[in-house]
Design a protein around this ligand. Sequence first.
Ligand SMILES: NC(=O)c1ccc[n+]([C@@H]2O[C@H](COP(=O)([O-])OP(=O)(O)OC[C@H]3O[C@@H](n4cnc5c(N)ncnc54)[C@H](OP(=O)(O)O)[C@@H]3O)[C@@H](O)[C@H]2O)c1
Length: 380
Amino acid sequence: MKFRTGVAILLLNICVVVFMYRPWPFGGFLDYLTPPLESMFYLALVAVACLLLWSTTPKARVDPANKAVFITGCDSGFGHELAERLDKMGYHVFAGCLAPDREGARSLKESTSDRLRIVPIDVTDDFQVEQAVKYVKDNIGENELWALVNNAGVAVFCEIEWCSVQEFQKIMDVNVFGIVRVTKGFLPLLRQSEGRVINVASLAGRFTLPAFAAYSMSKKACIAFSDALRQEMNKFNIKVITIEPGLYKTPITLENYLIDQNRKSWAETPTDVRADYGEEYFDAFLKQVTLSLRQARPNVMEVVDNMIEAVCTENPNYCYVPYWRYRLRAFIISNLPVYLTDKLFAARFPVIQPESRKNRSPKTPTTPKSFKAFTLPNSA
Ligand SMILES: NC(=O)c1ccc[n+]([C@@H]2O[C@H](COP(=O)([O-])OP(=O)(O)OC[C@H]3O[C@@H](n4cnc5c(N)ncnc54)[C@H](OP(=O)(O)O)[C@@H]3O)[C@@H](O)[C@H]2O)c1
């Protein structure tokens, strides 16, 4: 049973129990309500329960016959699972793979029907994107391109001071300009079918934790791009949807890979910066990253189910956040003031004092003297 169905049944039960046993022997707040207000109380409970039940009813789905879907990043993770599932449902899947000769693409080909085609694509390469669009045009036959799923992505979780500018550029090139490039390439086909674009963003695109600067920047940009695209494509009846997962266990959140990446970046960081932080700080940071990654949810199907819904339902939502706890957390956090979210994230990601701060008294001003010379007087 779905969580929302459970809550709806609970609300209806509360309604019945309260109605049957009133007036309460120990005096409840209903005793203070006038009859019209009491009726409104029951009506509100029933309305919320009905809304919850309605939200769990399956939505009408489109017919997969003659519909093609192009997905980027099918070598592994969500993209791989989505390609398999859509193929089983009868869609004509063009599975974009970064490495078509490697195990991921090979196993996808083996586990799916003849309809599925592997398309080599590096989303950072203009030529490869052009070739992929041409391949789809040449091989789509009588079918229409119903959906484009921009799923390919990379991640890096390190502090800004040891995240190189090249690292920032790389992540933006894949997670942002990759999406722009691929979307622009496929829009003419999507205009013909009045299809849809599904962009895999992240909750990191809604709020930013320490060590998430580069990744969050890219996912915020992905959401901004999707927002503009949705409004601009409305006139062509093209839908634009974002999928915004929390943390899930896929190759992108592999502990060893992310730790190695951090060590490499740390080794390339200027010595004076490293001395200011100290090795002890860096080790504690790595431990914290490891602990956080271990909390990733193993059930990737929660995300894939939402991707399926975005592709297949006639009237999809604008945005999907898989898993109710992530949804609730996102809702609460996005309504808290910044000073509280900063405290919350600091508690979730505690790190020790950097080497250069250890022997300072807490009152030592953080503003360097040279900055003070430029401070404007209060009266200015
Ligand atoms: N897992 C999570 O916790 C999480 C949370 C929120 C959002 N997301 C997003 O979900 C999407 C899918 O990630 P995932 O979790 O399924 O991880 P994943 O298994 O690593 O999937 C990412 C895919 O993108 C491919 N890729 C990387 N660079 C590419 C490029 N330049 N061109 C084309 N393809 C490229 C990767 O290929 P290789 O395997 O060959 O590198 C891989 O197949 C990403 O956009 C990610 O940011 C993931």
